[in-house]
Write a protein that binds this ligand. Structure first.
Ligand code: AMP
Length: 612
């Protein structure tokens, strides 16, 4: 069978190069845009997130369409940041690895202009540029765009957010009228619509997913905590995800720095990325993050633009962004290249309205999650350690010499004893830290009046009174996330997701709320349902739940409830202390202007941006 890229019209030498990069099948955006762009006769608007494979979607057609025997600029790719500029240049060079005489130059601020001018003078066909430096070079009359056939505006919404509208106008005015313009954007606010209208003639429009909708592989969760508990809650979420590889977003540079410093002090593998760092410092942080020697990158919106790192497991909104569109950009840093990811927001009860607004814009519901108890975290960490020990690669030749001494040391202990002691090494540390850990979820009283104002009523347990809490004997050990459990419940119970409330996934079981009117449907439709050969059990939560459940889960829930009494009031995690120093910083916005990567402040803001 032919390679699917050949069937799309891509030639062999390019297909061979991308096969070496591991591209076996086109991504949806590549499948749909490549045949259109290869005609070379259309303007094009593609609504697509980063991470969907859009670089190849425009890069491969450019390599097909340009004449590489000619050494003058034929294509110009404009993008918002230096990082993205380098990434695109690198990607196109990789696709062209087996072609001759392909010259791509990266033009961006914060680096030597003379090197860039030298490369341009030597002859280039594809210029990939950030707008500020490009305009500088145009003003020096150092480049001739009179024979440009294709202009790509990548991450157009970001470029407008950063105030590049005027620069783009000036740059495009030096290119011929007959050129074709291909625009890619993650969101489609009115400003992007306007530039599409201005530069394009009846463009072919492609929407991956619904308009303004983020990547469907992202699960959106929010936690409601009191402001003073925010840092402690954040740490607990991180501890509850031992394999996290995340980007944490703050609103201000000060907050970014403070959080990173506090995390480092608390023994986490974290660092910050913000506009006050020199380019060299930024590169160093990004290199460590890319190589995974950093687990948590704490960043501002502006600094994180264009970050292109695969396998980010979590995006954490330590503070919600000022503009709703930025939420889409933030969350788009996870779930790249078909993977799944979680976007977490830690909010206080006053910010619930913002969550509802974001839900409306992205067209997806958030799942309300509970800050795990100290006990949950200890359990998670224990099993992470157990899996690590189980999967560790043993260096037989190196360890062999020590085995007799090790065996000697353990001679008196049974296998069970030895295992217990190894597991206790980490477990004890977490147990000690989380002993008397408080419940960090904001009490329902805090947000009752706010959510209640939107139609929900709460009973004495803080639960919406038209909902019933149910127990199900499936949980994270069955590899259910909240979103997956929601889908599983709705499919089997034949009820709408809108009628399911809070979902709390535990280890071997979970709880979920369902509107009272659907309780019978759930109970009846789950009768006789098996999960991997095990009967699925649903019960109404309450006294009956703990006595009926049996097994490890039942014992644990008992222990947990007992502890919870002890947790209240005793705040050991330092949440109060830290939050005090963050107050004030958090309330600040990004100062009314934007900085680009050269540190230049850009005061112009497109007037109509969606703010909370
Ligand atoms: P992009 O949206 O262009 O930044 O691409 C996101 C990631 O997906 C990059 O790491 C690409 O190398 C990768 N990628 C793009 N297209 C494909 C494909 N067809 N198959 C596998 N990986 C791809």
């Amino acid at each position: 069978m032919n390679n699917p890229f050949i069937e799309l019209g891509i030639r062999h030498d390019i297909v061979n190069a991308i096969s070496e990069l591991g591209f076996e099948n086109p991504t949806p955006i590549q499948e749909q845009s490549i045949p259109v762009l290869l005609t070379g006769s259309n303007d094009f608007v593609g609504l697509a997130q980063t991470g969907t494979g859009k670089t190849a979607a425009f890069g491969l057609p450019l390599l097909e369409l340009l004449d590489f025997e000619e050494n003058h600029p034929q294509a110009l790719v404009l993008c918002p940041t230096r990082e993205l500029c380098l990434q695109i240049t690198n990607d196109i060079n990789n696709y062209a690895k087996k072609m001759n005489n392909v010259h791509v130059v990266a033009v961006y601020g914060g680096a030597s202009i003379s090197d860039q001018l030298r490369q341009i003078r030597r002859g280039v066909q594809i210029v990939v540029a950030t707008p500020g430096r490009m305009l500088d070079i145009i003003n020096r009359k150092a480049i001739d765009f009179s024979q440009v056939k294709y202009v790509v505006l990548d991450e157009a919404d970001e470029m407008l957010n950063m105030g590049f509208q005027e620069d783009i106008d000036n740059i495009l005015s030096t290119t011929p009228d007959e050129k074709k313009t291909w625009l890619f954007s993650a969101t489609m606010p009115a400003e992007v619509r306007r530039i599409a209208k201005k530069y394009m003639d009846n463009p072919f429009e492609l929407t991956m997913g619904t308009k303004n909708t983020g990547n469907q592989n992202i699960e959106h969760e929010y936690y409601v905590v009191r402001a003073r508990d925010k840092y402690a809650a954040f740490k607990r979420i991180v501890d509850n995800n031992p394999e996290i590889f995340g980007i944490v977003f703050c609103r201000t540079k000060i907050e970014t720095q403070e959080i990173a410093e506090a995390l480092i002090k608390d023994g986490y593998n974290a660092d910050s990325l913000h506009g006050d760092l020199s380019q060299q410092q930024r590169d160093k942080v990004m290199k460590r993050y890319r190589e995974r020697s950093l687990q948590l990158l704490i960043a501002t919106d502006v600094a994180a633009r264009g970050i292109d790192v695969n396998d980010v497991t979590h995006v954490i909104n330590y503070s919600l962004p000022d503009e709703i569109e930025n939420y889409t950009h933030r969350s788009g840093r996870t779930a790249r290249a078909g993977k799944t990811g979680v976007s977490i927001s830690i909010v206080n009860s006053k910010e619930l309205g913002k969550i509802r607004q974001i839900e409306r814009v992205i067209g997806k519901k958030f799942v309300k999650a509970e800050i795990p108890t100290g006990f949950d975290v200890c359990e998670k960490q224990l099993f992470a350690l157990v899996h690590k020990v189980h999967n560790v690669e043993v260096n037989e030749s190196q360890i062999e010499q020590y085995i007799p001494r090790i065996m000697d040391e353990f001679a008196e202990l049974s296998k069970e004893e030895v295992i217990k002691r190894f597991a206790s090494l980490e477990f004890n540390r977490f147990l000690e830290y989380y002993q008397n850990a408080p419940d960090l979820n904001a009490p329902a009283d805090d947000f009752r009046s706010r959510e209640g104002a939107q139609g929900d009523r709460f009973n004495r347990d803080g639960m919406r009174s038209e909902y019933t809490r149910l127990f199900i004997n499936l949980g994270s050990v069955d590899e259910f996330s909240r979103g997956e459990l929601l889908g599983y419940i709705c499919n089997n119970a034949k009820i709408s997701g809108r009628n399911v409330g809070k979902i709390d996934v535990k280890g071997v079981y979970s709880f979920f709320e369902v509107v009272n009117a659907d309780v019978d449907n759930v109970m009846n439709n789950f009768k006789g349902i098996d999960f991997k050969g095990r009967p699925v059990r649903i019960e109404i939560s309450g006294e009956g739940v703990s006595s009926n459940r049996g097994g490890g889960g039942g014992r644990r829930e008992g222990g947990y409830q007992k502890r919870e009494g002890g947790y209240r009031g005793d705040r050991r995690e330092g949440g109060e202390r830290r939050e005090k120093s963050f107050a004030g910083a958090g309330a600040n916005s990004n100062g009314g202007g934007f900085r680009d990567f050269s540190g230049k402040r850009r005061e112009e803001r497109p007037e109509r941006r969606r703010r909370f």
